[in-house]
Design a protein around this ligand. Structure first.
Ligand code: TEU
Ligand code: CA
Length: 578
């Protein structure tokens, strides 16, 4: 029995989790102080977003030393205390492995740009492009090809020291490593061994499906990422993953979940197929883009039927799923697929829909991941303009939309929904100034420059929506998450049963989870969800399907259910059908 199939994994974004020294930035001692709350949730592991030394251009996803802790977050001793403290509570630590790129302040890059061996070819360097000016290149630039970055900029920057261009699929301060140089893979093996020796249980692997750049030829012009076809999920990438697994990860019994940008089902199957020994599971994005165009940036109408279609595709397409609804790059799910009206209020659309999403997550097949604050229904930020946003991706996309002359109101309407800062506002632990996140001296929100203010504004709804108001309330979102976690842990069918889509019309969707294994229990649960603020009548077929004893109700319904006529606004109902 693999522990990572049995239990739930909790993601912490350290800078927004708990500040312990009043500088307005979350840190590792803060996480240690909150281990009792994390243990009370009932999770089996913590995935820690990066705490390595970093210039913090991309909030730590730009690493300058993989073997040291950034002073912002604490010391290596703090990290060792966290690993030991978590282990005492039966909680494993999973580190964030960011090795598609480093920071440009990493020693390797500093030496590579000076052609100091053996680092000269640790990165992807090229002389300026062909003789003729490349069409579309910004003035004065002549990059080796036409690739664009995930952050909507050029993917090449000219280095004045080496007098060549270097590739960066993200920010220009995040140069891509060159995996065609075998020394790079050796360095990565060393990083894995360093942290496995510290006692971590595995890794969440950042953009782990774009490591191998097959060629540097021009890409087909694309609305999102020109050049993607040359580096996404290439055979060389699979070889790298198999080697890391065989030589380092399997001997240590380490767990891996890959974050796989733009992955499709066929690619995800190859990456997570147990027999291929590459990754244990992968994060895909399809189910979170039902109401979005251009990845997650341009909104469109949400349709439950589309959500069910995409859920079924991945639930039935992969042998095991990483089930998640939020992370540090995504908007808050209660504001996205739910309704955050009445945030913090009892029996509000916010409370019902936060619970409906918990019921969805914990009745899907796969390892559930909870992102910090999701368990209390934290909502998207309440910022009123770009001046309060810190995320470089949001600002870059805003600059791109400005080039297309989109008016400010439309740019803000789109980007306030998709900005990664929605998930990065400080966790709301209490209703006191600083929301129990920080006791810093500065004003308790909006991230003003004074020392001690939170690095990013605290959502103004912290007074009503916080951990303390929910901890002892059996009807709270937090208590509902705890119930879901326990229910799943106690049910082999909810953990391992087959997923079967049943029906979806308008805002209503239904599916079942069944133990249909030969000689199995034949147990089946039927789950029904109303993703709307209207009462939805059930069709004849729906009424017949939704029969049995209630096991989950976000409206506290109990007992036997037969021929349910309708679902209330934002109602989730799960019955044990047999
Ligand atoms: O994200 C990579 C990635 O695919 C996302 O940036 C995604 O493309 C973007 O949010 C649009 O959907 C990982 C980390 O999760 C992210 O925080 C880092 O910024 C990025 O890699 C670079 O390390
Ligand atoms: Ca701090």
């Amino acid at each position: 029995m693999q522990w990572w199939k049995e239990g739930v994994i909790y993601q912490i974004y350290p800078r927004s989790f708990q500040d312990s020294n009043g500088d307005g930035i979350g840190d590792i001692p803060g996480i240690i102080n909150r281990l009792p709350e994390i243990a009370a949730l009932g999770v089996k592991a913590i995935w820690l977003s990066p705490v390595y030394r970093s210039p913090q251009i991309d909030n730590g996803y730009d690493v300058s030393d993989y073997r040291s802790i950034d002073p912002l977050f604490g010391t290596m001793e703090d990290m060792e205390r966290l690993i030991a403290g978590a282990e005492k509570r039966g909680i494993r630590i999973i580190m964030d492995l960011v090795v598609n790129h480093t920071s440009d302040e990493h020693e390797w890059f500093r030496k590579s740009r000076r052609r100091e061996e053996p680092y000269t070819d640790y990165y992807i360097w090229k002389p300026p492009g062909g003789r003729k000016k490349r069409p579309g290149a910004a003035s004065g630039k002549n990059p080796p090809n036409n690739w664009t970055s995930f952050f909507m900029e050029d993917a090449w920057t000219f280095d004045e020291v080496r007098r060549e261009y270097y590739l960066h699929l993200f920010h220009k301060k995040q140069p891509d490593l060159n995996y065609k140089n075998p020394l790079v893979l050796e360095e990565v093996q060393g990083i894995l061994r360093f942290w496995l020796d510290k006692g971590v249980a595995g890794f969440r692997c950042d953009v782990i499906n774009v490591l191998w750049k097959e060629s540097l030829d021009d890409g087909k012009k694309s609305s999102m990422l020109t050049g993607l076809e040359h580096y996404k999920c290439r055979e060389g990438n699979h070889d790298i993953l198999r080697r890391l697994r065989k030589e380092t990860l399997d001997p240590a019994g380490a767990f891996t979940v890959g974050e796989t940008a733009m992955v499709d089902l066929a690619e995800a199957k190859l990456l997570s197929d147990e027999a291929r020994r590459e990754l244990d599971m992968v994060f895909y994005f399809d189910h979170l883009e039902v109401d979005r165009r251009f990845a997650r940036f341009v909104p469109k109408k949400f349709r439950a039927a589309e959500l069910l279609k995409r859920l079924a595709k991945w639930q039935q397409g992969l042998s095991w799923n990483a089930v998640y609804l939020e992370n540090h790059d995504q908007s808050r799910i209660v504001s996205h697929y739910g309704c955050d009206a009445g945030a913090g209020q009892k029996d509000s659309p916010w409370e019902r829909s936060a619970k409906i999403l918990a019921a969805l997550e914990f009745t899907l097949r796969g390892t559930p991941f909870i992102y910090q604050g999701q368990e209390m229904g934290m909502t998207n930020f309440d910022f009123t303009g770009f001046d309060q946003v810190k995320d470089i991706e949001t600002h870059n996309f805003n600059r791109l939309l400005k080039k297309f002359h989109l008016p400010l109101w439309l740019r803000w309407r789109w980007l306030r929904l998709s900005s990664r800062d929605n998930a990065r506002t400080p966790v709301q632990w209490s209703g006191r100034p600083g929301a129990g996140f920080t006791e810093g001296a500065g004003p308790p929100w909006r991230g003003s420059p004074w020392l001690g203010s939170p690095w990013l504004g605290i959502n103004g709804n912290y007074r009503e929506l916080n951990y303390e108001t929910q901890r002892d309330d059996p009807g709270s979102v937090l208590s509902f998450y705890k119930r879901m976690i326990r229910l799943r842990e106690q049910s082999e069918t909810l953990k391992y049963g087959a997923f079967k889509p049943l029906l979806a019309t308008g805002a209503l969707l239904m599916y079942s989870r069944e133990d249909d294994t030969p000689g199995g229990t034949g147990e089946a649960y039927v789950a029904a969800f109303n993703f709307s603020s209207r009462r939805v009548k059930l069709s004849g077929e729906g009424r017949v399907l939704l029969r049995g004893n209630v096991v989950i109700s976000n409206l506290d319904k109990h007992g036997a259910y037969d021929l349910v006529p309708a679902l209330e606004p934002w109602e989730a109902l799960v019955v044990k059908a047999r």
